[in-house]
Write a protein that binds this ligand. Sequence first.
Ligand SMILES: Cc1cc2nc3c(=O)[nH]c(=O)nc-3n(C[C@H](O)[C@H](O)[C@H](O)COP(=O)(O)O)c2cc1C
Length: 337
Amino acid sequence: MPRPIDLSTRWLGLDLPNPIIASACPQNADLDMLKKLEDAGAAAAVMPSLFEEQIEFEEWQFGGLSDYGAESFAEAGSYFPELNDYNSGPDQYLENIEQARKAVSMPIIGSLNGVTRGGWTRFAQQIESAGASALELNMYYLPTDPKITSAQIEETYLELVQEVKGNISIQLGVKIGPFFSSLPNFAARLVEAGADGIILFNRFLQPDLKNDLTEIEPLLSLSDHREIRLPLRWIAILHGRIQASLAATSGICSGEDVIKMLLSGADAAMITSIIMRKGPGVVSEMIAQMQHWMQEHGYRSVEQLKGSMSHRNCPNPAAFERSNYMKALTSFQSPEV
Ligand SMILES: Cc1cc2nc3c(=O)[nH]c(=O)nc-3n(C[C@H](O)[C@H](O)[C@H](O)COP(=O)(O)O)c2cc1C
């Protein structure tokens, strides 16, 4: 008789029955989808992000934000209707959270996407009042001006985190991209600014040229499992070095991928692409795969797994570092030549 396995974990102050969370995407605004995810065993779901620009546009329309002029929204006006379909718009967003809370018993996590401080961050408090169990802040700024320094951008992010955190009493997870010169330092400062958890990593649009190469196509593609390597490395490095919980997102496609992230030091694993490919039932498959692997390898709890292959704890920390790069180059053999 196999011994029972304890998959429970803690993320953003929430006690979860297992580490698999349905990551932010428009499908999670649909109540049927949320029920299916819960039935399949998802531990929590994140609502699609509401954007800073949407909130400011609405407040500007109703006269709440005098510091914004019509020109601030001139370009945005063309895509706002689609955005409101995407995440139901600021009005409906709160109602959607309330309905989701009633429809399922798993925690519902709100999500805001923005880059600058301002009146819009008060919306964080309304998301909490609507019943969100925690909040994600997705910060996605793409600098094009060579005069803007990385220090300035990081400072702006930190101020934003501080401001959002100041508006809520639920825990705050900050979702970041991988492009920082010193990620450990920035992560530590995010925690000082008020982040309770860090979500690694945002996947950015990778534009391409199309139509006889005369048009820019903003491509969003679903991930594949090779993408886990980027968050895996950084979670392994951050584990035990910063006082925050860590969630992995990007490329997680199987129970084994979840186990890899936990071994590296993650507290939770967030998935979107694999649900879009296979449907919500994939969550129960992944849970079964996790249990099977843990049973076979003699692990009885997720807590036992966490961080045992992190940079600090693994037998060969150099494998996560620069020296491994040199070794990989010198030992590489092309299968073709
Ligand atoms: C269609 C689509 C919509 C998404 N919308 C959001 C969003 O609104 N907010 C957010 O933080 N992430 C969003 N994401 C990112 C996912 O939450 C997730 O972090 C990312 O896709 C990596 O996980 P995956 O490899 O399992 O897809 C979206 C991803 C996809 C594919």
